[in-house]
Design a binder for this molecule. Structure first.
Ligand code: FE2
Ligand code: FE2
Length: 163
């Protein structure tokens, strides 16, 4: 399947555009990695590859891509109020997921994955949460980052190509 219509609905959604703009503005002066559309697409693709490698086809490509694209959409709220963007973001994106045509089961799967994306992927969590948590780290090019030593996310292992 080359087309993923419900994911394209997400990209066109006014709230997706609005929150993406808030994120971009909030990170204008951020020295570390940004969380724009390129990061969302990278996480979606890597999470999907991870699931294919696990030979687990229980999640549709659209569900995985929706979660990847939406997982950091609440970041601007964290910059503003200090709330965890995984938790606040999972609530913010619900209308976008519904309007894009995902059913209630899919909505729950996607939002649970978003809530879990900052947790240790080795721990107990949903399949999508684990895929997002791994992909979130693997999507970063730490090797070429000049300020990696100052980054809270950086570990020695991130210099290795893992996926
Ligand atoms: Fe995040
Ligand atoms: Fe992320």
């Amino acid at each position: 399947m080359l087309s993923i219509p419900r994911v394209n609905q997400i990209l066109k959604h006014p709230r997706f555009k609005e929150y993406s703009l808030y994120n971009n503005k909030a990170e204008e002066k951020r020295a570390f990695c940004h969380h724009g559309l390129d990061h969302g697409i990278a996480v979606a693709r890597i999470a999907y590859i991870y699931l294919l490698e696990q030979q687990d086809t229980s999640l549709s490509k659209e569900v995985v891509y929706a979660a990847g694209l939406l997982h950091d959409l609440g970041r601007w709220q964290e910059y503003k109020t200090g709330e965890d963007h995984a938790l606040v973001g999972a609530e913010l994106v619900k209308p976008i997921i519904q309007d894009a045509g995902f059913n209630s089961t899919e909505l729950e799967t996607i939002t649970q994955g978003i809530r879990e994306h900052r947790l240790n992927p080795e721990g107990k969590m949903s399949l999508l949460g684990r895929a997002l948590a791994y992909a979130d780290d693997w999507a970063r090019d730490c090797r070429n980052c000049l300020i990696k030593e100052a980054c809270y996310k950086y570990t020695e292992q991130m210099n290795e190509i893992i996926c």
